[in-house]
Design a protein around this ligand. Structure first.
Ligand SMILES: NC(=O)c1ccc[n+]([C@@H]2O[C@H](COP(=O)([O-])OP(=O)(O)OC[C@H]3O[C@@H](n4cnc5c(N)ncnc54)[C@H](OP(=O)(O)O)[C@@H]3O)[C@@H](O)[C@H]2O)c1
Length: 296
């Protein structure tokens, strides 16, 4: 092992590997990935190549990020095989009608240059659009899964009422629900519903877009444990059992954010971070019950 360089191994210097979580459909997902929201399209291939070289094996993208093509290019530039990397993409708010969703999924695969995804998810429920019908959209995702063009299917920004409706009206449970979660907005009710129903929570904006990194409680724990604030916050997420994919353009921060599997937070520190929750006041993104934006 020691003779292999960092490019061959990734993950140095911690030398610990990223754990997999098991989804209810039997597929495994790496608990830490690389997020690509606001990674500019022209910089995506290099950012993704760099993340893969650092040791990431899970990339989160979306049609609405306009960078799926760069994700595919970055994967090919890395020299890794398609099946060595877990790739998620998301259905745009513009394409909830079934035929639109079918065309959009074809386009996503073409942009990525892949014949399948690991996970495809509905980006937003849009309960005030499409006559409030996200159920027919979900049934199209079930179709993609039956065709083996995506291993898993899931949702994003679904509230408990939306998940209950899917459970009532369809035969399948989403493998994941990707929702806003960070210390200022711990979103525990939606997470608890997921835990009870076999839905893995993916925590988006895990660092609250950087805002929580100057929080004195986080900085204090980081100083005491000789870690960085980002490592403390990501470790808090991982110990809560969620999947995370922090976004950064910096190779140094990519390494820093990956190097969280060789230490543990004690119960007191977890509790102190739990205490930062501000409920709804801590939410930084749009509210899923009212968000209705459709790309023009
Ligand atoms: N499903 C959804 O609706 C949804 C919504 C939002 C996000 N997401 C997904 O979740 C991913 C992560 O969320 P996010 O990008 O909104 O926010 P985030 O990961 O919480 O924060 C990203 C910000 O933190 C900074 N940062 C990252 N690592 C750092 C470190 N070690 N030290 C200091 N600053 C650091 C980054 O700056 P630099 O780039 O300058 O390093 C960037 O400004 C997205 O990329 C996307 O894949 C999904």
């Amino acid at each position: 092992m020691a003779l292999l360089g960092p490019l061959a191994l990734g993950m140095l210097p911690g030398m610990t590997s990223i754990p997999d979580l098991m989804l209810a459909d039997g597929h495994a997902i790496p608990q830490l990935g690389y997020g690509t929201y606001l990674v500019p399209p022209e910089k995506t291939a290099e950012a993704v190549r760099s993340a893969l070289e650092t040791g990431y094996r899970h990339i989160d993208t979306a049609e609405m990020y306009d960078n799926e093509r760069g994700v595919g290019e970055g994967l090919r530039a890395s020299g890794l095989a398609r099946d060595e990397v877990y790739i998620t993409s998301k259905l745009s708010n513009a394409w909830h009608l079934p035929d639109d969703a079918r065309r959009a999924f074809d386009a996503t695969l073409a942009e990525l240059g892949s014949d399948h995804l690991d996970l495809f998810i509905i980006h937003w429920p849009l309960p005030t659009r499409y006559g409030g019908d996200f159920v027919s959209t979900w049934k199209v995702l079930e179709e993609f899964q039956r065709q083996s063009r995506t291993r898993s299917i899931g949702v994003s920004n679904f509230q408990i009422a939306h998940l209950e409706r899917l459970a009532r009206e369809t035969g399948t449970v989403p493998a994941v629900n990707q929702i806003e979660v960070h210390p200022y907005f711990s979103n525990d009710e939606v997470r608890a519903y997921g835990q009870e129903h076999g839905i893995v929570t993916q925590a988006w904006s895990p660092l609250a877009r950087g805002k929580v990194l100057s929080e004195p409680i986080v900085m204090g724990i980081a100083e005491r444990l000789q870690r960085t604030p980002s490592q403390i916050v990501l470790r808090w997420h991982v110990q809560r059992g969620d999947v995370v994919f922090p976004k950064t353009m910096s190779a140094t921060r990519m390494q820093e954010n990956l190097d969280i599997f060789d230490f543990e937070l004690e119960a007191d520190d977890l509790e102190a971070i739990n205490g930062l929750d501000q409920g709804e006041a801590g939410r930084i993104g749009p509210h899923p019950d009212t968000f209705d934006w459709i790309p023009g």
